[in-house]
Design a protein. Structure first.
Lengths: 219, 165, 73
């Protein structure tokens, strides 16, 4: 039970406790920023190096991916979605591999991501079609479904949040149990499945679904 | 673990900050580089197309100039030939005319000379005839004298003829 | 009381059955579709992942309810 809880690392006088997940997020942010600074240090147009090619392939793949889902608006929302993808991938895979608890195991983190996604989804709809259309589209196709479509605003991010949280927590719990019973060798392949494969898959699914909901909202 | 507290707000701030940082340090530069490369490739294509067009245009111009020069040279040769022929004709004509006029003049002068000579001869002959007639009438009417007179007359006439030719 | 809570949590986790069956059917159909049209594999697997993520959500909800029952009660 002790492993499951998120400890409070330290407390600030006014704002209260800073939990472990926030600290790990800070570390991940620092690592990501330093890594991107190092990787983008000497970019060149004419003769890109191996690192730059990999970087470009990755970013290009992500941009194509979001453009395939969202369409023309991908230029505006692409960077945020790519950021979330990178952050989730790092949080789900790198953190456990280096001995941290994955921050996505904390409901606060996934809830924060879901709130951001909710804002983004609704914002994209309003920006594309205007407030009037956004209000009207709740009553489509028939006005009777209006309560359900209004509820959908909350349900979609809740589903996103809970999916990510539940998956990571379940993987974490299974790994902890396994480590408790068989501390040697055996957790390694299981860790590969739960941390790397499942972590990347969940990061992919999270941004994929966010982009899909945005497309739905922009119709 | 399953409790929402202020950490949610911190996480939201974290994510926004991370978004700004990554947008500035990772996605921005890489996208910029990719765009620039795309731009460069498009420019390269455009330049190549322009160069190709330029070369085609130059070639066409060159060919046109070449065929023009050929025509011109033919024209020049033709003109030269024509003018040479005209000159030749003119010269020949002139020469012919000059020769004709010279011959004419020579003939004229010969004719006038002859006429003059004839006139002189006539007058001499008339003088001689008159002189001989006067001698015959005035002098000795003998055989000897007559024959000497004839001889003299003929001699003078012959001399006159020889002079005239 | 402890026993009843444990039984309640176990029942909540039974939602996993539905998710398992659903994902199994979806994956089987996807495999059939790929066998029929191998060139559409990328699109099919994208949809498969989406469907699996959505179907999995029910199992996750069950798991979370179970956790809530254990922790909060």
């Amino acid at each position: 039970m002790e492993e499951l809880s998120c400890e409070t690392v330290f407390s600030l006088p006014v704002v209260g406790g800073i939990s472990e997940s926030v600290v790990v997020t800070w570390i991940i942010m620092a690592v990501l920023v330093v890594a991107s600074l190092l990787l983008t240090r000497n970019l060149s147009v004419e003769n890109p190096g191996k690192v730059q090619l990999m970087l470009e392939a990755g970013i290009g793949w992500a941009q194509d991916f979001f453009e395939g889902i969202i369409g023309k608006e991908a230029k505006r929302y692409g960077p945020y979605l790519i950021t979330v993808l990178i952050y989730l991938a790092a949080a789900n895979t790198l953190a456990p591999l280096f001995g941290f608890k994955p921050p996505t195991k904390d409901l606060n983190v996934t809830a924060a991501l879901a709130v951001m996604s909710m804002c983004l989804i609704e914002f994209s709809g309003i920006r594309k079609n205007g407030v009037k259309h956004w209000v009207k589209h709740f009553a489509e196709p028939v006005p009777v479904v209006a309560p359900i479509t209004v509820l959908e605003i909350v349900i979609r991010p809740l589903s996103l949040c809970m999916r990510l949280f539940g998956n990571m927590l379940a993987g974490f719990v299974v790994l902890e149990l396994l480590k408790f019973f068989v501390p040697l060798i055996v957790p390694i392949p299981v860790s590969f499945y739960f941390d790397i494969f499942d972590g990347l898959l969940q990061a992919y699914v999270f941004v994929f679904l966010t982009a899909l909901f945005m497309t739905e909202e922009m119709e | 673990m399953i409790s929402i507290d202020l950490n949610l707000v911190w996480t939201i701030i974290n994510i926004i900050v991370l978004y700004l940082l990554l947008k500035h340090f990772l996605i921005g530069p890489v996208t910029n580089i990719m765009d620039r490369r795309r731009q460069m490739i498009e420019d390269g294509f455009k330049n190549a197309q322009a160069a190709q067009d330029d070369a085609d245009r130059l070639k066409q111009e060159y060919e046109a100039a070449l065929s023009g020069a050929k025509q011109e040279s033919v024209q020049i040769v033709e003109d030269a030939r024509k003018s040479a022929r005209a000159e030749y004709d003119r010269i020949v004509n002139e020469a012919g005319q000059k020769a004709g006029s010279m011959i004419e003049a020579a003939k004229e002068s010969v004719r006038t000379e002859r006429e003059q000579t004839m006139k002189e001869l006539k007058s001499q002959i008339a003088g001689l005839a008159a002189a001989s007639a006067a001698r015959i009438i005035g002098g000795h009417a003998d055989e000897k004298g007559n024959s000497a007179l004839y001889d003299q007359f003929l001699k003078e006439a012959g001399e006159g003829n020889g002079n005239a030719d | 009381m402890e026993t009843i809570i444990a039984i309640g949590a176990a029942i909540a986790v039974l939602t996993g059955i539905g998710a398992g069956v659903g994902i199994g059917i979806a994956t089987g159909k996807a495999a059939e579709a790929i066998a029929r049209q191998p060139e559409a594999e990328s699109k099919i697997s994208k949809n498969l992942i989406l469907g699996c993520a959505l179907a999995e959500a029910t199992a996750i909800y069950g798991f979370i309810i179970g956790l809530l029952i254990i922790i909060l009660l």
